[in-house]
Design a protein around this ligand. Structure first.
Ligand code: AMP
Length: 281
């Protein structure tokens, strides 16, 4: 069964009679196979899946691409619906807020900052981005009341921040981190890839190639050697950052290479591309 909800009231009615487990997949739309993998997993795990499609203004800074962000609502509804067959006996609720006030009512004041983690790496180049992400996710959790919520490791830092948000506010939602879905070339799928020309897509592969190079050094050698390679790589000013961090607390790794994540952001034209690679030694 497929339903479209547009208001908080729709959920208030729904929660009155629903006793099934709810899996939640928050997105900004322009769905690709990365998003669809989260929806598919939620469908496996839960009776009800809520997919939200909302281009959240608070996570964009004034100079970013809020107005131009790709919006493909009809295709999105089709792609998500195609995962749910009548015989599955599972429900998909597509939550498309009818306007911004559904999420941010007049006099809304519950803005959230997850201190520390939000201000490094991606947060260092986008200082208000994760405040907007944490704020919208907290608000969406209040509306949707999910048992589980599914996030892609494509946005690894975001995942760690959401896990911290859930602990800070005791939100009682189980957070599931899902693997990065890539194109055959290795390029991590992203809605922002649609901004790239064929040539730029080719150039973008340098990001995942670099992550793989660093991963090899980590596996075969020392942190000093890995950092030496990073120091060489970041001479290329297209790298907005390139770092090795602890996947749990997001601290910079000093010594212990047993479990790390390499994170990078590469500037291709006007587009900042994000990718990461987890390494276990
Ligand atoms: P977005 O619409 O970009 O806000 O992304 C919505 C969710 O999809 C987030 O949890 C992302 O991490 C996840 N996601 C985006 N791209 C990918 C990908 N290539 N593989 C897996 N998950 C992804």
């Amino acid at each position: 069964m497929i339903k479209i909800f547009k208001t908080e009231q729709d959920f208030i009615h729904f929660h009155l009679t629903n006793s099934s487990t709810i899996g939640f997949v928050p997105t900004m739309g322009n769905l690709h196979d990365g998003h669809l993998s989260l929806i598919t997993k939620s469908k496996q795990d839960n009776e009800v899946t809520v997919l939200s499609i909302f281009v959240n203004p608070t996570q964009f800074s004034a100079s970013e691409d809020l107005l131009n962000y790709p919006r493909t609502l009809e295709e999105d509804i089709q792609k998500a619906s195609a995962i749910f067959k009548e015989s599955d006996n599972k429900t998909l609720i597509i939550f498309i807020p009818e306007n911004e006030k559904v999420i941010y009512p007049d006099n809304f004041s519950d803005y959230v900052t997850v201190n520390g983690i939000s201000k490094v790496s991606e947060g260092a180049i986008r200082p208000t981005h994760f405040d907007g992400v944490a704020t919208v996710v907290k608000r969406l959790f209040k509306i949707v009341q999910p048992n589980k919520a599914y996030f892609g490791k494509k946005d690894f830092q975001q995942l760690v921040i959401i896990e911290k948000l859930v602990l800070d506010y005791n939100l009682g939602v189980e957070i599931i981190g899902m693997p990065i879905i890539r194109e055959k070339t290795g390029l991590a799928m992203s809605s922002r890839n649609s901004y790239l020309s064929a040539e730029q897509k080719e150039a973008a592969l340098y990001l995942c190639q670099t992550l793989n190079e660093i991963s090899k050094i980590i596996k075969e050698s020392t942190i000093e050697e890995a950092n030496k390679l990073i120091a060489e790589k970041v001479k290329d000013k297209r790298f907005n950052y390139l770092e090795i961090r602890d996947p749990k607390n997001f601290e910079i790794v000093e010594q212990d290479l047993s479990s790390v994540v390499i994170l990078g952001n590469l500037q291709i034209g006007k587009t900042r591309l994000l990718d990461n690679l987890e390494v276990n030694k």
